[in-house]
Design a protein around this ligand. Structure first.
Ligand SMILES: [Zn+2]
Length: 329
């Protein structure tokens, strides 16, 4: 892409140059949980040392499979605890990049809900400054800076609170220059996100529209619609059983054959520990090495070249993070 390399902060507390990110999964989680529930009923989380050790073990297995970096897109609403992630990061060679932003599918957490644009009490947006602080100064007391912004849209569509999140993340992006990555649950979400971002003056080539592997469900036209507007698309939910693997692989091979191989990033949306979903609902696909073990061989069998797979895991994540060098605007 001819971009210049940038230093990306990691949860270890150091930085990694974008040309040294290596094979990268763009939409993962270390811990996905509900702090309020966990604090009230400690058995819902269990022993933190155990979970840290377990996450380290899973990430080391990922390193053994050749992945060098994950983007932990855990945001407010996901039980984000960067101090806990930093403990994991210090014990594994996998780089963990962390996110700021908010995961709201319908209604904001109480702290933000009643005060703000279009809310019960009309007031200026307060979320944006927190996101910017996470990017520029660091999160909580960890000093770990966020390198990407996360926002979501789901089945409820553009509720006032979801709109506030999209506009606030767009504003934080424009103030800092770090890229945006999104969660989508249905096709309309990707279109809505691009439309709102455009209204907010966001350069869509600095955005990853996430989970299109699941939401497109084989619809090439939908994905090309998003790509035509300049965004990256995430085939980044391989650990979610929302569309079958054959459909995802076939669609990806088709997109690559049609020249879009430089705009696709990949991931699982897997968490080392998750309390949102009972174990019995987590199938064989629910693991950190599923892409390298299962998806990659399937792509090669579908006629995708090794160089094209490398673009998905190495060149494209690098290109996403190097958009940061274009700066604030
Ligand atoms: Zn996710």
């Amino acid at each position: 892409m001819g971009s210049i390399s940038v230093d990306i902060p990691t949860a270890r507390g150091d930085v990694v140059s974008s040309d040294r990110l290596g094979p990268t999964l763009m939409h993962e989680h270390v811990f996905l949980c509900d702090h309020e529930v966990n604090i009230s009923w400690p058995d819902t989380f269990g022993n933190v040392d155990h979970h840290v050790a377990n996450a380290v073990e899973q990430l080391n297995a990922l390193a053994a499979a050749g992945i060098r970096t994950i983007t932990d897109v855990t945001a407010i609403g996901h039980g984000r605890d960067v101090a806990r992630v930093a403990r994991v990061a210090r014990e594994t060679e996998v780089n963990i990049l962390v996110a700021t932003g908010i995961y709201v599918l319908a209604e904001l957490p109480s702290y933000f809900r009643l005060f703000g644009p279009g809310s019960f009490i009309e007031a200026p947006e307060t979320m944006t400054d927190y996101f910017v602080r996470d990017i520029e100064e660091g999160i909580g007391e960890t000093g770990v800076r966020a390198s990407i912004l996360k926002v979501a849209t789901g089945h409820a569509g553009l509720t006032n609170d979801v709109l506030r999140c999209l506009r606030s993340v767009a504003a934080a992006h424009r103030r800092t220059g770090v890229p945006i990555t999104t969660h989508t649950s249905v096709k309309q979400n990707g279109r809505d996100q691009q439309r709102i971002f455009e209204e907010e003056g966001v350069d869509l080539s600095r955005v990853v529209i996430g989970h299109v592997d699941s939401t497109a469900d084989g619809d090439l036209g939908y994905v090309e619609e998003l790509l035509d507007k300049g965004s990256f698309v995430g085939f980044d939910s391989f650990a979610l059983p929302l569309a079958d693997l054959d459909t995802k692989v076939e669609l990806m091979a088709k997109l690559i054959a049609r020249g879009h191989g430089n705009r696709i990033v990949v991931s699982h949306d897997h968490a080392c520990f998750v309390d949102f979903m009972p174990k019995e609902y987590q199938g064989d696909f629910y693991r950190k090495t599923y892409f390298t073990d299962v998806v990659e061989p399937r792509l090669l069998a579908a006629g995708v070249s090794e160089a094209q797979v490398r673009a998905l895991t190495v060149d494209n994540p690098r290109a996403v993070f190097e958009t940061t060098a274009r700066g604030a605007y």
